[in-house]
Design a protein around this ligand. Structure first.
Ligand SMILES: *Cc1c(COP(=O)(O)O)cnc(C)c1O
Length: 427
């Protein structure tokens, strides 16, 4: 146990620290399982870097067209090794997760094709990409139709409805692994594999894309290893390890990756262009750190679930469930509690700790939203962060933590804030 003296510098009181330490005692066996998984993932990353013969030349800055950018090309080989795919596109020119997903969809789909989401509604930002929310340059504007199959009441896939929805025009399915900000469980890679096998048994040439955001290195396998044709994510989440300052990746079948590259740069040019400037060292080192960073974030999520479940709050996933992403939802039941929680997280940050987060009206939301983040990389949600729409049921979504001690401090501080404001009583 760490001396209380150092925790007191953050305004933590003995009763809160002791309560938190007691919760932690029960988590030791789970944490050791997470460490074992991180070890396996770390070895996978090192093996991939060795196979691609990564060397100092990979870290050199390139400019202009970026022809013969060895570091960029080898990094894509490293991703392809890790995801066990034919190829990968890993670029700073992919601005975020939404862009990577939009790129993959626009690259593959043609007018008259149909896209299906067999797992209910996709992530908020994809609604404009697909055209569920009308937007210029959406897939819908290009004549791509879209269907969505809702999950069943028990959150299982509606296999019958999926089978019935498939037609000659069905070109692609988009499968979101993480629950994002919905009330449903995140899917295990195994379960995604079953869904993909089912889809391919109906029509083998349907291209299955998995939105892998927040899921990388959480399971032993990635969706690409259970049949996904394209696996897509953001580098300012898990695989960037907190060091990548931007970027996104797409790993998958070579012909599809070529199409994505043609869409990103230009037909004919594809993967051949795209200078990396000086960003590659952070991509490599971030990927190297990603397994243990993800493990830290997972420990934080499990600690938060245990702490708040024991205090009587409803948490998703609960404290004993297997994890398939790094997001933790805690339903606190009132606006005051949500705000106090977020202020606690903010007050534990290495950056911007003196700032007091306030709920504000955000574009795209129908209510005020509060966000807590003291991040080195703006908007990076692999760093310790929390956000919550100020509305029923007053749930806060908590994720990230580049190191376990920071995640731990943030969670204890959130509780301290609730206790100080008399919004929670310790048992
Ligand atoms: C974060 C996220 C995205 C979008 O990523 P951005 O980098 O925010 O654009 C898409 N899907 C899921 C499930 C996500 O968690």
């Amino acid at each position: 146990m760490i001396s209380h003296e150092i925790y007191q510098r953050f305004g933590l009181t003995d009763d809160v620290i002791e309560y938190a330490e007691k919760v932690l005692e029960d988590l030791i066996p789970r944490f050791s399982k997470i460490d074992e998984r991180a070890e396996r993932a770390q070895l996978k990353v090192i093996d991939a870097m060795q196979k691609a013969r990564v060397d100092a030349a990979c870290f050199a800055a390139t400019n202009g067209y970026g022809y013969d950018d060895v570091g960029r090309d080898k990094l894509e080989q490293v991703y392809a090794h890790i995801f066990e795919t034919e190829d990968a596109l890993v670029r700073p020119q992919i601005t975020c997760g939404t862009h990577a997903l939009s790129l993959a969809l626009h690259a593959v789909l043609r007018p008259g094709d149909e896209l299906i989401s067999p797992v209910g509604q996709p992530y908020e930002t994809l609604k404009s990409v697909i055209g569920i929310t009308p937007a210029s340059n959406s897939l819908s504007e290009y004549g791509v139709t879209y269907k969505q199959i809702e999950l069943k009441a028990d959150f299982d896939f509606d296999y019958d409805a999926i089978r019935e929805s498939v037609s000659d025009r069905t070109k692609m399915m988009t499968i979101q692994r993480s629950k994002g900000y919905q009330v449903r469980p995140s899917f295990s890679v195994e379960k995604i594999g079953e869904l993909i096998s089912f889809i391919k048994s109906i029509k083998p040439d349907i291209i299955c894309m998995v939105d892998n955001c927040y899921g990388e290195f959480v399971d032993d396998l990635e969706p690409s290893q259970v049949g996904a044709d394209l696996t897509v994510g953001s580098l300012i989440k898990n695989p960037g390890g907190g060091l990548a300052p931007m970027g996104g990746y797409i790993a998958g079948r070579k012909d599809l990756i070529d199409q994505c590259a043609y869409m990103l740069t230009s037909p004919g040019l594809g993967k051949e262009v795209g200078a990396s400037l000086s960003v590659l060292p952070s991509f490599y080192q971030g990927l190297f750190m990603a397994p243990t960073v993800t493990a830290s974030a997972l420990k934080g999520a499990i600690f938060a679930a245990s702490l708040y479940e024991d205090l009587g709050f409803s948490v998703l996933p609960d404290k004993t469930e297997d994890r398939h992403d790094i997001i933790q939802a805690v339903t606190l039941g009132s606006a005051e509690r949500v705000i106090a929680f977020c202020r606690g997280i903010q007050a534990a940050a290495p950056v911007d700790a003196y700032v007091t987060p306030e709920p504000w009206v955000m574009p795209g939301y129908d209510c005020k939203v509060i966000m807590a983040a003291g991040a080195f990389v703006s908007g990076s949600s692999i760093e310790l962060s929390a956000d919550a729409p100020i509305r029923e049921p007053y749930a806060v979504y908590f994720q990230g933590g580049l190191t376990w001690p920071h995640a731990k401090l943030g969670i204890i501080k959130s509780l301290q804030q609730l206790v100080d404001e008399r919004l929670v009583k310790l048992p």
